[in-house]
Every structure is written in structure tokens, then in C-alpha cells.
Design a protein around this ligand. Structure first.
Ligand code: SAH
Length: 401
């Protein structure tokens, strides 16, 4: 097997089981590994540290998969890893139409593999050389372990490009999923309101069909929506609104820049037989909130769930200005004692930094703002302690006086 020897001083993260070996940490490579092949990682002293999968043209040259020298990265390892990840989701979304993330890449010890269950279908993302090289074995393992009707690939093209892989999308096993399927995302433990059904478009929808990482948070936010006039900003397919209406919201305003998203939101409210009056607003949240402020409109609950504003370190400053702006506007639109549910899914913005941004917005809005709940990604997107990068979604439920 090929080996990587680390530079002096660069072994600490590997010993602490961080799964990435960057090109800059490598002193020498012996054995000319082929992309996707196992490589052993050695300390400068020659001591064996870990085993990973090689990716020669990525900045992340190896993704570490085991710290046990006796563990081989063979088909059985892959199958066992998938089985373990699936067992960790037991009871989350098992029933008919259940939807949840079954495998979350590094967090589940399977770098570069994401598997989502949408009822009888699976969507997969294969975004590293290591997983690409095991494509056949992993499709077999998924088919055997989960017996889906079909497996549809929705691999993120940008991530594949960084790994030197061409885009990949389409049916890879079994039956083609229909254009829309009705699913029920994971339920919040103990929530008195059952989760709504949601339409997912596995072939053309955002993400791999819908935003599963917000499943639990929708229930948490719904708990503040009884009798409330709710503004759902960046609504996509209306998951927050559907939940809020089930929990007793009396009015809904949904904003998204995408007409297709608003159309899905409307279908989702209809599907759940929601009769709450709903306004669908196509527009840019930054502008619409300013217009509402000028009109003197007020709400009881506002949800801010924007897309990832910071895609790279260079965008963090600009992104924080964007987050501050929408939070500042939303605070001004809330009635005293109203609820702001505010999220950031930019991994590069830490929970600490996000809190500072919301703090800045509160000072400028001249409102007293209390955090009453801290939220994160749903439990099917676990955060691996040795891989803090796996924490990306954070949110606060705030009371705004
Ligand atoms: N809240 C949603 C997920 C939001 S994803 C849910 O629970 O499922 C982010 C959404 O923001 C996308 O639907 C995208 O179309 C929309 N969007 C992006 N930029 C926007 C902008 N400036 N104004 C309004 N919508 C925007």
C-alpha cells in the first residue's frame, strides 16, 4: 500500500482523528497511489497513524477513514459503515414516506458519501475519489441493506470538480423516481404537532429534494406560532409555514425569489389541507422587508432561513453584512414580544460569530432581544466531535421586545 509521510509538526490533527490531510501537511508520498486507493499515513518518525483514501488532484490529498491498522478499506468496511449510519437513524423517519439523511459523509466515517432517504427512494452524492472508486460496491450495499425502489444520484458538481471528477447526476439503480414524491421528514421528539407532508422533487429540487436539516427546527419554531401572523422568509417549499399553520398560525406570508419554490410551497399547504390565509410573495427578501417597513407592516413571528451567504473565507465579511441586514430589518417588523427564528447555514460562520451578528442587528434596531432557544442541524446530520467542520447550521429563536 502507498504511504504518506507527514511533515514535522503536522501529525497532531491526524492523531486527534481529524479526517483531512491537506497537501501542505505532506512531506513525501511513496508508492504512487492511484486516485481512490487506500494510503497509510505515517508520522515523520515513521509511526503508523491512520489509513485513508487518496485524491491526487484535490487540496485534501487524503480523507482518513480508520485509525485501526487492522481495518482494511474494502467493500465490507463500506457496507458496515453504511449499516452503522443507518442504525443511528433508527426511529427518526422510518414510516411510510419517511425522509431523513442516512449517511452524512465524514460525520459517519464515510468521507464523500451522502445518502438521503425519501420514502421508497434514495438520493446519493458521491463527491470524493475514494467513494467514486467504490461506486459499484456502494450501490450494491445500499440496494441490499435498504431495498429501495430506486437510487438517484444528485452529486454536487462543484465538490466533484475540486476532486477532479466530472459532474454526475441521474438514475443509478432501480426505478426512476416520479417528478414529485410526498414525504414526511423526521418528527421532533415529543412535539404535539405531527410533521406535515412535503413534496420533494428528487431530480430537480434544491439540495437533494428538500431541506432535511431543518426538519426538527420547523417543529420547534411552530411552537411559537399559535394565533400568530407568520412571515416565512426564504421559504423554499414552505416547510416552516406548513408546520406553523398546523400549530395554529392565523396568517402566513411566504417570500422567496424563486417562483418554482413558491409554487411548491402552495402545493405543500394544499397537500396538508391548510386553510390559513397565505400570501405568496415573489421577491428579494432584502427589498421586500424594506418595503414592509415603509408600509408599517408588523408580524408576530418571523423566520429567516437564507441560503449559504459565505461560500468561501473571502466572502465571510460580505456574508455577515447580509445576515446583519436581514436580522436588523426583521427585528423592526416584529411586534413587541414577537419571535424571530434566525438561521445561518454557512459553515464558515461560527455560532459565536452568528450571535455577534444578531447582537449587532439588535443594537442598531434599538430592540431588546433575548435568545430563548439555540437550534442546530437536525439529528440526522450529526456533528462529529473530531470534525468540527460538520457543524454548519445554527439558529436562534429570539424574543424581540
Ligand atoms: N426555509 C426553507 C429553505 C430555504 S433555502 C425550508 O425550510 O425548506 C433558501 C431559499 O432562499 C431558496 O428557496 C432560494 O430560492 C431563496 N432565496 C435565495 N436568495 C433569496 C433572496 N435574496 N430573496 C428571497 N429568496 C431568496
Amino acid at each position: 500500500m502507498a504511504t504518506i509521510t507527514l511533515r514535522p509538526g503536522r501529525e497532531r490533527p491526524v492523531i486527534q482523528r481529524h479526517p483531512w490531510v491537506f497537501s501542505g501537511a505532506i512531506d513525501s508520498v511513496r508508492g504512487d497511489p492511484v486516485d481512490g486507493e487506500p494510503v497509510d499515513v505515517l508520522a515523520p518518525s515513521g509511526d503508523w497513524l491512520a489509513r485513508g483514501l487518496w485524491s491526487g488532484s484535490s487540496q485534501i490529498r487524503a480523507r482518513l477513514c480508520t485509525w485501526d491498522p487492522n481495518q482494511h478499506l474494502d467493500d465490507e468496511w463500506l457496507r458496515d459503515g453504511i449499516a452503522r449510519a443507518v442504525s443511528g437513524r433508527a426511529g427518526l423517519a422510518d414510516g411510510e414516506g419517511g425522509a431523513c439523511r442516512l449517511v452524512f459523509s465524514e460525520s459517519d466515517g464515510l468521507p464523500g458519501l451522502i445518502v438521503d432517504r425519501y420514502g421508497d427512494y434514495l438520493t446519493v452524492q458521491i463527491v470524493t475519489q475514494g467513494m467514486e472508486a467504490r461506486r459499484g460496491a456502494l450501490i450494491r450495499a445500499l440496494a441490499d441493506l435498504l431495498a429501495p425502489r430506486g437510487i438517484y444520484e444528485r452529486s454536487d458538481a462543484d465538490m466533484r470538480e475540486k476532486e477532479g471528477l466530472p459532474p454526475a447526476e441521474g438514475l443509478i439503480w432501480g426505478e426512476e423516481p416520479p417528478a414529485q414524491i410526498v414525504v414526511r421528514p423526521a418528527a421532533a421528539p415529543g412535539s404535539p404537532v405531527p410533521p406535515p407532508h412535503l413534496i420533494a422533487d428528487l431530480r430537480a429540487g434544491q439540495k437533494t429534494g428538500t431541506y432535511l436539516d431543518q426538519s426538527i427546527n420547523r417543529a420547534r419554531v411552530a411552537a411559537y406560532c399559535r394565533g400568530a401572523d407568520v412571515l416565512d422568509c426564504f421559504c423554499y417549499s414552505g416547510g416552516f409555514s406548513a408546520y406553523a399553520a398546523r400549530a395554529g398560525a392565523t396568517g402566513l406570508t411566504l417570500i422567496d425569489s424563486s417562483l418554482a419554490a413558491l409554487d411548491m410551497a402552495r402545493q405543500n399547504l394544499d397537500l396538508n389541507e391548510i386553510a390559513t390565509p397565505a400570501d405568496y410573495v415573489e421577491g428579494n427578501v432584502f427589498k421586500v422587508l424594506r418595503a414592509y417597513r415603509a408600509e408599517g407592516r408588523r408580524f408576530d413571528v418571523i423566520v429567516l432561513d437564507p441560503p449559504k451567504f459565505a461560500q468561501s473565507q473571502g466572502q465571510v465579511n460580505h456574508a455577515t453584512r447580509g445576515y446583519k441586514d436581514i436580522n436588523w430589518l426583521a427585528m423592526q417588523l416584529l411586534r413587541p414580544g414577537g419571535t424571530l427564528a434566525t438561521f445561518s447555514c454557512s459553515g464558515l460562520i461560527s455560532p459565536d460569530l452568528f450571535q455577534k451578528v444578531v447582537f449587532g442587528a439588535s443594537v442598531d434596531a434599538k430592540r431588546d432581544v433575548q435568545i430563548i432557544e439555540r437550534l442546530g442541524q437536525s439529528p440526522d446530520h450529526p456533528i462529529l466531535l473530531t470534525f468540527p467542520e460538520s457543524e454548519y447550521l445554527k439558529g436562534f429563536v429570539c424574543r424581540v421586545w
